[in-house]
Design a protein around this ligand. Structure first.
Ligand SMILES: [Zn+2]
Length: 487
């Protein structure tokens, strides 16, 4: 560029303007051009592509249920380690007096806490074994019972069975907090820096079964987040309170959620509605008056609401925008509501939190090649990739990226834009968001510089030597991908 030396003040102002815009970090062309990305992809075997996507700097996961994000192996590890579960003991219903087939599936290999076990009549107690004393075969059944690893499982197994099997573990405060820490570390390892998860301190009970009020558990949460190993994850967490939309008392829960978020705005940033939309109790417009009433009482509280996680056409996404949501969870049936699609293509009104693997395993889009995600991405609907209940899918955020890249042939600009967009649409406070975005550009520039060096094969080999991807059952079962564990 030729600098107009006769107008230095104007030049300085111009560069200050660029800096203010944040343009400077991207002023140079990215080191990875689209041609380079195509060459890298052509040279990459599946394991090399996965490694690249694992190491790729990522932004935020904005659609995440923390209770559903825990790998069954983590639940087992915390459930059997008194040092990490506050000295509790968990029991599994693994031996049956009546034929297993006659027992409610949610009760088969269900887990309870010691105080619940001790309250059982002796005949019932005989069916339970301490979690740590299951045989190898029983332990495998217990682990597999907490994930969707069979083709015939799907929605019913997910909604009616899996959650009921492990919720007593989730009511243990030590286990819940340690699982949050474990998630932050695992997400940090795959390059994520912001987790906006649906997480609260409701429903906790001590080892004697006495309820722990959320306010009493809060100092423990703050202490956990300040712990050096947790801070070292590099992931900034923010929370949403989620209300089960089909519950008869959902309106009063919503009022409690507003009060909690309003009183804890440094950590809680939004409210969500989740649960099946289609049973006649969970439809969005049920809550319109309640949201309006609560909005009149509190300064703005952001809303991210599940909508359009449905098979058929309806107006749930439009109605959810009317509730005041600026983020839509899933939006699977958006293409079936063209007026709302046109509204969202404007790019300003709402961000769609896409969850590919969830939509496949819960059979909303059994064939992911037909998922609306590329249509959102390429027609101006702001969107990004998220994990939803990854513990139950046995997966991670890299699996979502790998799915999108391989099925939809993402360009480098599309791929890296996903992370940027996720950070822009997070509900985290503005100054932290700016830092996250700047940090993303720095990390991406470093990553691109490494990827641009040498031949594509050399760059991929260098990356493979420096990266130790972690895969779970989903990547193993679907793509045959697993990597040696850290020594
Ligand atoms: Zn969800």
């Amino acid at each position: 560029m030729v600098l107009p030396v006769f107008a230095p003040a104007r030049v300085v102002r111009f560069f200050v303007f660029l800096l203010l815009l944040g343009v400077s970090a991207r002023a140079a062309a990215p080191a990875v051009t689209e041609a380079r990305w195509r060459a890298l992809r052509a040279a990459a075997e599946p394991a090399a592509l996965y490694t690249l996507l694992y190491a790729l700097p990522k932004g935020g996961d904005l659609h995440n249920h923390l209770a559903g994000s825990n790998l069954p192996e983590w639940l087992y590890a915390f459930g059997t380690d008194p040092a990490r579960n506050g000295g509790d003991v968990f029991y599994v219903r693994a031996r049956f007096a009546s034929p297993a087939a006659a027992i409610d599936p949610a009760q088969r290999f269900a887990t309870i806490r010691r105080y619940q076990y001790e309250a059982l009549p002796p005949a019932d107690r005989a069916e339970f074994i301490p979690l740590g004393e299951l045989t190898d075969a029983e332990r495998q059944i217990w682990l597999d019972g907490l994930r969707l690893d069979q083709p015939d499982e799907g929605r019913k197994e997910f909604f009616n069975v899996i959650w009921a099997r492990f919720i007593p573990l989730w009511r243990n405060p030590d286990v819940r907090l340690e699982l949050l820490a474990e998630n932050l570390k695992a997400y940090g390892a795959e390059g994520m820096r912001y987790l906006e998860t649906q997480f609260d301190l409701n429903g906790l009970a001590d080892n004697a079964g006495a309820p722990i009020p959320p306010e009493a558990a809060l100092p423990r949460l703050r202490a956990l987040l300040a712990r050096p190993d947790v801070a070292a994850s590099g992931v900034i967490p923010r929370f949403q309170v989620t209300v089960l939309r089909f519950a008869p008392d959902a309106e009063s829960r919503l009022a409690e959620a507003f009060a909690w978020v309003d009183a804890h705005r440094d950590l809680w940033v939004a409210i969500n509605l989740a649960g099946i939309e289609e049973d006649g109790f969970g439809y969005p417009l049920r809550f319109l008056e309640k949201f309006r009433e609560l909005r009149a009482r509190y300064p703005e509280i952001k809303l991210s609401i599940h909508a359009g996680e449905m098979d058929g056409p309806d107006h749930h996404i439009r109605d959810t925008l009317l509730l005041g949501a600026t983020r839509i969870g899933h939006g699977v049936n958006l293409l079936k509501d063209p007026d709302t699609l046109l509204l969202l293509q404007g790019g300003q009104r709402a961000y769609v939190e896409v969850n590919l693997i969830s939509n496949r395993l819960l059979q909303y889009t059994p064939d992911l090649a037909k998922h609306p995600f590329p249509e959102f991405l390429r027609t101006g609907v702001p969107c990004g990739l998220n994990t939803d209940d990854r513990g139950m899918w046995d997966s991670n955020l890299t699996d979502e990226y790998y799915t999108a890249v391989t099925l939809f042939n993402l360009s480098w600009a599309e791929l890296t834009g996903l992370a940027r967009s996720s950070l822009r649409h997070g509900f985290v406070e503005a100054d932290t968001k700016e830092k996250l975005l700047a940090d993303y550009e720095t990390r991406l520039a470093r990553f691109e510089a490494a990827l641009a060096e040498g031949t594509p094969a050399e760059a991929l080999a260098k990356l493979a030597a420096a990266t130790r991807p972690v895969t779970y059952g989903y990547a193993r079962r679907n793509w045959g991908l697993s990597f040696p564990a850290a020594p």
